[in-house]
Design a protein around this ligand. Sequence first.
Ligand code: SF4
Length: 345
Amino acid sequence: MERESEIYEKIGNGKVKCGVCPRRCTIKEGGRGFCGVRENRNGRLFSLVYGKAVSSSIDPIEKKPLFHFAPGSRALSIATLGCNLRCDFCQNFSISQDWEGISGEEIKPEEVKNQAEMYRCQGIAYTYTEPTIFLEYAYDTMKEGVPDFYNVFVSNGYMTKEALKKVSPYLDAINIDLKGGEEFYREHCGVQDLEPIFETLKELADSKTHVEITNLIIPGENDTDDEIRERVKWIKKNMGRDVPVHFSRFRPDFRMKDKESTPLETLERALKIGREEGLYYVYCGNVPGHSSESTYCPKCQNILIKREGFSVDAFHLTKEMRCYNCGEDINIKGKSWIPKKLFKG
Ligand code: SF4
């Protein structure tokens, strides 16, 4: 199951230029791109991971994390090998970077949809590694799923406008990991220019796709007040104050095993900065039981969605997604996929 890429150009002498992510790799015959999963075969570019899922499981949507999209629903979550970043702190390094040989269980797009149905999921998530890298597989699966199932990406946002344009019509929601400033990306992710990620976020802000942002906070690397405030200000200015932001706890892994986990005080400092700057919905990630797991009304502070870990314990929104207490309009999307049982009051 291999498939020719749709976003590339032939540039002569048998070489091709991939247009899926901003690396725009030039690949000679027989060669592969930076991600390791796109190959030039006789002057044509192929995705080697089409239909080859290395990971497939059923997750609460809250685990992505997406807190303001179809709360309480479940997503069949799939990934393939490969990534276009080289993050030192990757939690999924064995399938994103540190692998040898193309592998994966053969699952066709229609079979993914069938599995979502069989496991009573409301949607399909393209996650764990970078979905941009398996764009063709994701795209065909997304088309299979509509209109019964939602489609969500968990992404680093490092994609071209062409790639985003391709999937946009079928992309209901996305969580983008905004990791730090330019220096951080250079030092820890193998990305020289983070402008394409900002561009992706701005394009999404003007689209129908629901957006949430995750910011993994690593002690000593991207955790000063100034750095956090700068990111928060950018988000508010370009995405609006009602975009949900998840400040996520780092756990030592891969090439950053020597670091400490993020102290709770740091995450709470980030929450405070987010609120001071006027963001409506800020959360701590990877801190089970923290009060910020729940969603509060920005107007009357009433609890709107009470969460315990990744489960929704109480839901105090009307069917129109307004606060039950004061009627404030709340940024919650994907309401047709919210399980009916939640609307009990
Ligand atoms: S998707 Fe892969 S091959 Fe294409 S530009 Fe990005 S890293 Fe290079």
